[in-house]
Design a protein around this ligand. Structure first.
Ligand code: ATP
Ligand code: MG
Length: 399
């Protein structure tokens, strides 16, 4: 098959292919961009595979960055864009199930495509728009099927992360898993325990944020693979609660998706759970905030103080979750509360500790901190204007 007109992303990248070819090597567009172009979906990264070794690639281009030489990847800067050019490679014996024990560079495209995960991800495209399809990936694209390249069980044994990727692509593309592929994913699922949690998080997170997340999650649960993910053993029934969310709902941010997951699980300690998933502290804080907001909202309406304490974006995300649960919502109330805040953080207060020490002779220490906190909340609640005179009078009165 030949693409008559190359999408603009490929057109822009053509000079990179041409320069590599002019230097006597082979070069192709590969992976997700080829798949997405054929599906007429938006293309993000245009990745290039080449027979040139990293040192050879670097000699061809003026501007390159070493981003993963040991994996054969060189970042090429051309036309103000970045392209990953990766040497054709095979991945030999996998020892610890975590990462390839050894990457071997090869000169053949076929060897490179063979080690890719699914047939729809193993397509290559040349500079003339000719699709190279060695594993019937085009048929699978047409029939909306995810099929492992080669013998499925072997491929998932080599790298069990591919199991998560399978569910993730289901969620992204609304494709079905081919029978043998699904059976192998089920059989190899215990190997997920050997995969680094950071890699699993990335795939699970992409799954949850994808438009067909229900489909991916359903397969993750029914396959039993969920049993081998951090702290999710025995959680199938609870996670099925997520399917009660409105059928047209999809998550607008990672923290929202994970908060929904934790709420469905009834997890008491959000931070401990997310520690096992090795997420950043910043991310864990956001999820924790969302879970707190959900608890507050189930009791009462939000106040100015809530708006001050929590990021408006998180308040709105929590409200979206309520909407998806069929609960009463009021988005404009949140916007109005936020707009009515006289300060958004304590730096916006017209007084600070130093000033209070000078004017009232307070000593530095917890007492001063307490007074400042009291002033801060009085201002937030609207009981006290954020003005020097009023604040000083307030302190005089309390002294
Ligand atoms: P996305 O659109 O989300 O970026 P993608 O298919 O480009 O999807 P990447 O993770 O960017 O996915 O990987 C690029 C390509 O590298 C894939 O299309 C696939 O050919 C190959 N690949 C990535 N991870 C693996 C893996 N664990 N095993 C085998 N091949 C893989
Ligand atoms: Mg990609």
């Amino acid at each position: 098959m030949r693409l008559e007109t190359l999408p603009s992303e490929f057109q822009e990248a053509l000079p990179v292919l041409e320069k590599i070819k002019a230097a006597g090597f082979e070069a192709y567009f590969v992976g997700g961009s080829v798949r997405d172009a054929l599906l007429q979906r938006p293309i993000h990264d245009v990745d290039i595979a080449s027979s040139s070794y990293p040192e050879e690639t670097k000699r061809i281009f003026d501007r390159t960055v070493d981003v993963g030489i040991e994996h054969g990847t060189v970042l090429v800067l051309e036309n103000n864009r970045e392209y990953e050019v990766t040497t054709f490679r095979t991945e030999d014996v996998y020892v610890d199930y975590r990462r390839p024990s050894k990457v071997s560079f090869v000169r053949s495209l076929e060897e490179d495509l063979k080690r890719r995960d699914f047939t729809i991800n193993a397509l290559a495209l040349d500079e003339n728009g000719q699709v190279i399809d060695l594993f019937q990936g085009l048929d699978d694209l047409e029939n909306q099927i995810l099929r492992a390249v080669g013998t499925a069980a072997e491929r998932f044994n080599e790298d069990a992360l591919r199991i998560m990727r399978g569910f993730r692509f289901q969620a992204a593309l609304d494709f079905d898993l081919e029978q043998d592929t699904f059976v192998a994913m089920k059989d190899c699922a215990p190997l997920l325990e050997k995969i680094s949690v950071e890699r699993i998080f990335i795939e699970f997170d992409k799954l949850l944020l994808a438009p067909f997340w229900r489909k991916g999650l359903e397969a993750l649960l029914t396959s039993g693979a969920i049993e081998f993910l951090p702290d999710l053993k025995g959680s199938r029934a609870k996670l099925e609660r997520l399917f009660d969310l409105a059928s047209d709902f999809f998550f607008s941010a990672s923290e929202q998706a994970w908060a929904a997951l934790l709420l469905a699980l009834d997890v008491q300690n959000v931070k401990d759970f997310l520690k096992k998933w090795k997420t950043s502290r910043e991310f864990a804080n956001k999820v924790q905030d969302l879970v707190e907001i959900a608890a507050i909202r189930s009791e009462r309406d939000l106040t100015k103080r809530d708006c001050y304490d929590y990021d408006i974006d998180l308040l709105l995300q929590a409200e979206e979750l309520r909407q998806a649960q069929g609960l009463a919502v009021d988005f404009s109330a949140i916007q109005n509360l936020d707009a009515s805040l006289t300060i958004h953080n304590k730096q916006e207060m017209v007084v600070n500790g130093g000033m209070l020490m000078q004017v009232f002779g307070f000593e530095p220490g917890p007492k001063l901190g307490q007074i400042l906190k009291e002033l801060e909340y009085a201002i937030v609640d609207g009981r006290l204007p954020n003005e020097l005179e009023a604040i000083y009078a307030y302190i005089e009165e309390k002294k």
